[in-house]
Each structure stands twice: as structure tokens, then as C-alpha cells.
Design a protein. Structure first.
Length: 335
């Protein structure tokens, strides 16, 4: 798989330029999402925060404050489903993934019936991912049933968005048989919508989404605001999706609050990782240096806090990694 250059890539380059020292580097791969989404920049920030390559300056001397010897690399992927599968089979050490998909894959439920992923472990709840239903500027629908017969972007195969969206659409009688679906990443979807090749597309991500910011400021766009009744119906279908709001003004031309369902993004690792390593990276995730990186990066970074790190985790049914559990107990965040 191609490594995508991120902030963490800078750490990698610096590390390779340092003469070999006694400490061997530990490479740590984090699966993210497409370059136009939210997982990609957030994953890069986390990778930068938890890294401390061999030979780098000590934290108290202005160097990196991550796990000593760790070189974390954020990789662009097709997101949740791919990331969880890759963590399970050892192709990735960690990944960002939607809560509902992570639960289904861990337990082997729903679309993943009979295919459990028992090695999945949680490090932290990160931020809410709001479902964006994007349409051309001036377009409106009354509900999801209006998408029958339309050309609709349902996100990439291998994404949690696609799994959830197909469940939602089915509840309104819309499926692959009566719509023209397009399996595209967020950037591709925005381009196709701008060119008039699709009528609408879905994407779940923390706002603001870079590709949508660009779309809104060039061609313009509309976002569907769900009714409270429809949000309740979606929550009943997929309990992990809860009512949320994209505030007015996040995207140019979208001047009213948008009511929409949202699901939590989780940082997931493998149970194969040692307790010592996961304890160290959890501690690094929540240190002051990483806090500064999160606060000065993507807008969603400010919502990634230790106070919300365990929100919804117990109810999710996917275990915390013991190394993370040890940190949270020491920090007084877990009894």
C-alpha cells in the first residue's frame, strides 16, 4: 500500500536522516481515510503527536513528546471497514473508524454476520462525524425517499458511511435497484456533483470537510436538513447514529443550521499490541504537546479531549485495550 505523505511523514524523513543509534525505531501505521475528508488530517496530527523517532530531541528540550523510538505514519485508506479489517489482520497497527461499524465488525453482526473481528480494541472516542447529504445549490428533498431514481454517491466500498447509508436508504424504500449509485470517495463525489454527473452524495465526517469547503466556495452546494422525526427513525435503525447539527456558516452559502445524524469516530488498535506500547501512545495522545497540535490543526481537533475519550465506549461493547485502560485509571478518568 502506498504511504501518503502527512505531518508524520516529516517525522519519518527526519528520522531516516539521523545516524543509526542504539534504539531501534518502531514503525506504527495508522489507517485514516481519503485526502478530502477528516480522518486524513486528524490521523496525521495524531501520528505526529505520538511519534518520537530515535535521535530526536527530548520533549523537555523542545523535541517531540511521543513514545520514544516510535515513528507513526498515517496512511490514506478507504476508511472504517478497511481500517478495522487491516488492524484485525495485522496490516495496520491502528485505524480511525466509525463506532457503529467497529461494533458490527467486532461482534460479527449485520453485514459482517459470521465474520467477527475479535482483535479490535479501543483507544479513544475522538469526535462526532456528521452525515453530510450534499446536493447542488438550490436543490431540496423532503426525505430520503426522494432519492429514488436519482444518481447518488453512496461513498466508497470499505467505508462506514456506505454501510450506514445503505441501511438508511432502505428504510425509505431506496436501494441499488431503484437508484443509480456511485461508489466514490469524498473528493470524487464533490467533483462529480460540480460537473452535474450525480444528483447528490453522502459523506460522514467531522466538519468542515475540505472538499466541501472548496465545492461550496466554487460551484456552491446545498445540505439536506433532516426532520426530527427522520432523525429518530435513523437512530432506531442504527443506534450509533444520534441527532446532531452542522452549524450555519460552516460552509459558504449554507446559512442555516443543518440537522443531521452523526456517529462517533474511534481510534482502534489491535489486541496484539503490547500493553506497554499502548499505554505509552495513549499517554502521548493526551499530553500537552499533542493538545497543541490538535488545537492548531483541523477544526475537529479541538473536540478531541480526554474528558470525552471514553464517551459511549462501554455501551459500544468493544473492549478498551488494557494499555489504554491502565492510563485512564491512572488519570482518574476510569474507575
Amino acid at each position: 500500500m502506498t504511504f501518503t505523505k502527512t505531518l508524520a511523514g516529516i517525522a519519518l524523513t527526519a528520522a531516516l536522516a539521523v545516524p543509526a543509534l542504539a534504539q531501534d525505531p518502531t514503525f506504527f501505521r495508522i489507517g485514516t481515510g481519503g485526502a478530502g475528508g477528516t480522518y486524513f488530517p486528524i490521523g496525521g496530527t495524531i501520528a505526529n503527536g505520538i511519534s518520537a523517532p530515535p535521535g530526536s530531541r527530548a520533549c523537555d528540550e523542545g523535541g517531540q513528546c511521543g513514545v520514544p523510538g516510535l515513528i507513526a505514519i498515517a496512511q490514506s485508506t478507504t476508511a472504517s471497514v478497511f481500517n478495522n479489517a487491516a488492524v484485525q489482520n495485522g496490516e495496520l497497527e491502528a485505524g480511525l473508524a466509525a463506532a457503529d461499524v467497529t461494533r458490527s465488525m467486532y461482534l460479527g453482526e449485520g453485514k459482517f454476520e459470521g465474520k467477527p473481528h475479535p482483535k479490535l480494541r479501543i483507544i479513544a472516542n475522538l469526535f462526532p462525524e456528521d452525515l453530510h447529504l450534499v446536493m447542488p445549490q438550490g436543490s431540496e428533498i423532503s426525505n430520503l425517499g426522494d432519492l429514488a431514481g436519482k444518481r447518488v454517491g453512496i461513498a466508497q466500498a470499505g467505508s462506514g458511511t456506505q454501510v450506514a447509508v445503505l441501511q438508511m436508504l432502505d428504510a425509505w424504500g431506496v436501494n441499488r435497484d431503484n437508484m443509480e449509485e456511485a461508489e466514490l470517495n469524498n473528493s470524487q463525489s464533490a467533483e462529480r456533483l460540480a460537473d452535474g454527473q450525480i444528483d447528490a452524495y453522502f459523506y460522514a465526517a467531522g466538519w468542515p470537510v475540505a472538499a466541501m469547503v472548496q465545492l461550496a466556495s466554487t460551484k456552491g452546494m446545498s445540505l439536506h436538513s433532516f426532520s426530527e422525526e427522520d432523525l429518530a427513525k435513523i437512530n432506531e435503525i442504527i443506534p450509533a447514529y444520534i441527532p446532531s447539527k452542522i452549524p450555519a456558516g460552516v460552509y459558504e452559502g449554507v446559512d442555516e443550521d443543518i440537522l443531521t445524524p452523526a456517529v462517533s469516530a474511534m481510534l482502534v488498535v489491535s489486541s496484539d499490541l503490547s500493553d506497554e506500547l499502548v499505554y505509552g501512545l495513549t499517554k502521548a495522545l493526551w499530553n500537552d504537546n499533542t493538545r497543541k497540535l490538535l488545537d492548531n490543526g483541523h477544526a475537529k481537533g479541538k473536540q478531541i479531549t480526554p474528558d470525552t475519550a471514553l464517551d459511549g465506549v462501554e455501551a459500544l461493547g468493544v473492549p478498551l485495550h488494557p494499555g489504554a485502560e491502565k492510563f485512564y485509571k491512572e488519570a482518574g478518568l476510569l474507575k
